[in-house]
Design a protein around this ligand. Structure first.
Ligand code: ATP
Length: 581
């Protein structure tokens, strides 16, 4: 483990140094007692051998019982404390990762898959937890075991003690070799398990597709292959595990045999007493477990190295979109809602062409502007730029004449209600979904927002009305119902600017027009309405026509129809399609 990673581990541990210290002191007492008890047995045996008295027997039995109980209690305390530190660090790391992920921009999540991030936040954190609790316990325990037990053994008889521990380095190497293999096999099990989960998850969500294309047999076979891989990986792992433990046990018996052979000879020669011999047997036995544990710890370290890197790779990512050093506040009650773009350009990282090319416009407060244009012309990019979901340059976009990159991010975003193309609903009640932006909002406000979004009558028809669960654990809403629920969520927060990114595509034209009219006439919000349905945008105050990242036309529906240009072509095309349908 290199220095950098070791330092990182120490920074994880540092807040818990007091607990660790108590744990270490406890381990010192445990190990001292585990040396003292065999020496007490030795004294007992030797004394009883010369003068046997029942009172003496009871004295030793009770004393050893009390000390052994005390040792058990302190050992328990040390384990609770040190493993507890591992759990604490696990909790803190998870908090840190989640809080950090919340600071990162959507672009980060487009590159990093959720599966990988979840794995890092769970599996890798788990490795660190195991490493910390286990490693501290094991290293300290082994250190005390050898510094206290070995001198006690050597004090009894040097050659015998050395012979008895000759086998231990071999035990350490064996355990390490095996645990390397265990690590690889464990990884195979985890990967096979992930493969299966992925297949199940995909098949469950694509069930209709499987049925339509009659692919049940193929999917069954694919599952069988993956399931068989998991079985093989599990069996391999079980074999290695079942081999290792008898080998370790066998090795500790070898050391016992050596001691038996040489020890009895030493007793006969009068070099040691019977009590010495018994004490040596107990002491050497006490070294076996810490030695084996050290072997596992070395492997846990190696696994931990990878996990530290994988976790730090998330924590070191600097959020690209954050408050400027001198950002200023923009109180919601003062926002009028005028939006101005000045040669706004944006190129996605790694893309060859810009998605927005020097776009300039001014949208007045309270105005409803529709944005139309062919697929991929940059409409969503423009919509995402306004709440700074994209990392745009300064002095290109302004709200009420203030550069949005200089406005406090939370203030900027709370002045904008944004309904994206994909209306995402959480697995909770309809009410909680609508008041997501203001979780303590009163039911009456939720109902008002739902009425404005033209979804209220349908909610009343659901089994538990506003308390109806939606999503995975509840009922499935139609596309149009989902969109209007998402719209109600945006309307509830009552922001002065509303951006609808193709957010009413599954709502019929008549309802969409009704919603829009209501927004512009009654609520006086600034509305940006992106849509492919030209008939729904016809009532907008103005329409921006985009093509290849530029605004190519601007005007009212009537103005634009009179001009020969993209809008006229798109309009005629939709009229023709409507007639043919
Ligand atoms: N994350 C991204 N990385 C790279 N290129 C992107 C990314 N998102 C969008 N683009 C590209 O930027 C251009 C504009 O995309 P955008 O989503 O803004 O178009 P749009 O007009 O909203 O399209 P649609 O009508 O299909 O929603 C497209 O060429 C698209 O492929």
């Amino acid at each position: 483990m290199n220095n950098r990673r070791l330092k990182k581990l120490l920074t994880y541990l540092y807040p818990h140094w007091r607990t660790i210290l108590i744990g270490v002191v406890a381990l010192f007492f445990v190990n001292s007692l585990s040396v003292y008890i065999p020496l007490l047995i030795r004294d007992g045996v030797d004394q009883l051998k010369s003068t046997f008295k029942f009172s003496q027997v009871w004295y030793y039995v009770i004393l050893i019982l009390v000390l052994a109980t005390l040792m058990f209690a302190i050992r328990l305390l040390s384990r609770v404390l040190l493993f507890g530190v591992g759990r604490q660090v696990e909790y803190e790391l998870k908090q840190k990762i989640f809080q950090h992920l919340l600071k990162l921009e959507p672009a980060y999540f487009a590159i990093n898959t959720s599966g990988d991030l979840i794995n890092r936040a769970t599996s890798d954190v788990d490795n660190i937890r195991r490493l910390l609790g286990f490693a501290v316990l094991s290293i300290v325990n082994t250190f005390f075991a050898y510094t206290l037990t070995l001198p006690a053994m050597l004090a009894i008889n040097v050659p015998l003690s050395l012979w008895a521990v000759t086998i231990y380095p071999l035990m350490l190497i064996t355990v390490q070799l095996f645990s390397d293999r265990l690590r690889v096999e464990q990884l195979e099990v985890q990967e096979s398990l992930s493969d299966i989960s992925e297949l199940i998850q995909e098949d469950m969500s694509g069930m209709s597709l499987i049925k339509i294309y009659a692919q049940e047999d193929n999917e069954k076979r694919a599952f069988e292959v993956k399931n068989k891989n998991l079985l093989d990986a599990n069996l391999k792992l079980a074999l290695t595990r079942n081999l290792l433990f008898p080998i370790v046990e066998g090795l500790s018996y070898v050391s016992l045999l050596i001691l038996l052979a040489l020890g009895t000879r030493a007793i006969i020669r009068g070099e040691i007493t019977t009590g010495d011999f018994i004490a040596l047997i107990i002491l050497v036995e006490g070294l076996g477990f810490p030695t084996a544990l050290l072997g596992f710890t070395i492997t846990a370290y190696q696994r931990g190295e990878v996990s530290i890197d994988r976790i730090e790779a998330i924590l070191q990512v600097d959020p690209q979109i954050k408050n400027a050093p001198n950002s200023h506040s923009m109180p919601l009650e003062h926002v009028k809602g005028e939006i101005r773009a000045n040669k706004l350009s944006y190129t996605y990282p790694g893309a060859k062409k810009p998605a927005l090319k020097e776009v300039s416009f001014k949208i007045l407060a309270g105005e409803t502007v529709a944005i139309v244009g062919p697929i991929g012309c940059g409409k969503s990019t423009l919509a995402n730029a306004i709440p700074r979901l994209l990392d745009i340059n300064s002095r290109q976009l302004f709200i009420d004449d203030q550069d949005i990159t200089q406005i406090n991010l939370a203030d900027l975003r709370s002045s904008i209600a944004y309904v994206p193309q994909e209306s995402f609903l959480f697995s909770t009640t309809i009410q909680n979904n609508i008041r997501y932006g203001d979780p303590i909002s009163e039911p009456i406000n939720v109902e008002t927002a739902a009425k404005q979004a033209q979804i209220h009558p349908e909610i009343l028809n659901f089994p538990l009305q506003y308390e109806t669960l939606v999503g995975e654990r509840g009922i499935t809403l139609s596309g149009g119902q989902r969109q209007r629920t998402a719209l109600a969520r945006a309307l509830l927060i009552n922001a002065p600017i509303l951006i609808l990114d193709d957010a009413l595509s599954s709502v019929d034209n008549e309802t969409a027009t009704k919603i829009l009219n209501n927004l512009s006439t009654e609520q006086k919000k600034t509305v940006i309405f992106i849509s492919h349905q030209l008939s729904a945008v016809a009532n907008a105050d103005r329409i921006f026509v985009m093509d290849k990242g530029e605004i190519v036309q601007m005007g009212t529906h009537e103005d634009l129809l009179l001009q020969s240009g993209l809008y006229q072509r798109l309009w005629n095309q939709q009229q023709l399609e409507a007639t043919l349908n």
